[in-house]
Design a binder for this molecule. Structure first.
Ligand code: DX5
Ligand code: ZN
Length: 229
């Protein structure tokens, strides 16, 4: 995985057909997804439950791009090796998930993955000030985590602060929640480079009408370039 700051669209398979993940992943990649975002929820850190490491391992052979695994679980540390074994390229833990995020990020890198740290809307940018050399990605939540299809919360001031704190470090800024063609330009302009989008990518499409996924992805990407597809 090489580093760049070009805009990357990462569809969240939280909005895919849960009975058909393999085909859904292949469809979004064929339609222009740059990364595949996998939302792991435990019914404890967030009030919703999705899937665990065995399912993520089953997704792996279908992902040809980057498998970006977003853990919304607490604790994190006992599961790091399982997600490395599942083939995660990026493993992101929430700073709010426990007192030892510094140790967690070290452990994720030691297990051979890129380490991400996610911030809930109520957590300030400064919370990661002492973690920037240990992390490959900061995920700014623009909804309270747990569900797809929620309304975007404006975090552009936080994104700008992070962008300036990060400086020249090879650290991605990822935005997760309520990203669509209307909100994507705001976050891209503020300094984000990875845009997660669930409902805005899967809306109106299916594995039988995958071209709709492609149109949705192109509209988000084009909006960040100030033009429409
Ligand atoms: C929310 C998840 C998101 C979610 C985004 O807890 O982390 O990745 O799928 O969905 P949309 O794009 O529909 O807000
Ligand atoms: Zn997510």
């Amino acid at each position: 995985m090489s580093f760049d700051r070009k805009i990357k669209i990462a569809p969240s398979i939280l909005s895919a057909d849960f009975a058909n993940f393999g085909q859904e992943i292949r469809a979004i990649e064929a339609q222009g997804a740059d990364w595949v975002h996998v939302d792991v929820m435990d019914g404890h850190f967030v009030p919703n439950l999705t899937f665990g490491p065995q399912a993520v391992k089953a997704f792996r052979p279908h992902v040809k791009t980057v498998m970006d695994v977003h853990l919304m679980i607490a604790p994190v540390d006992p599961y790091i090796d399982a997600y490395a074994d599942a083939g995660a390229d990026v493993l992101t833990a929430h700073i709010e998930a426990g007192p030892h995020i510094h140790r967690t990020l070290q452990a994720i890198r030691a297990a051979g993955m890129k380490a991400g740290v996610a911030l809930n809307p109520g957590t300030p940018a400064e919370a990661v000030a002492h973690l920037l050399d240990l992390t490959d990605l900061v995920c700014v939540m623009t909804v309270n985590p747990g569900f797809g299809g929620q309304k975007f919360i404006d975090m552009t001031a936080k994104i700008r602060s992070l962008r300036s704190m990060i400086g020249d470090r090879p650290v991605h800024i990822e935005i997760d929640g309520g990203v669509d063609p209307a909100t994507a330009p705001l976050v891209a302009e503020a300094g984000a480079d990875v845009l997660v989008a669930g409902s805005a990518v899967f809306k109106g499409g299916s594995v039988n009408a995958p071209e709709v996924y492609g149109e949705n992805i192109r509209k988000i990407r084009a909006a960040t370039e100030g033009t429409w597809a």
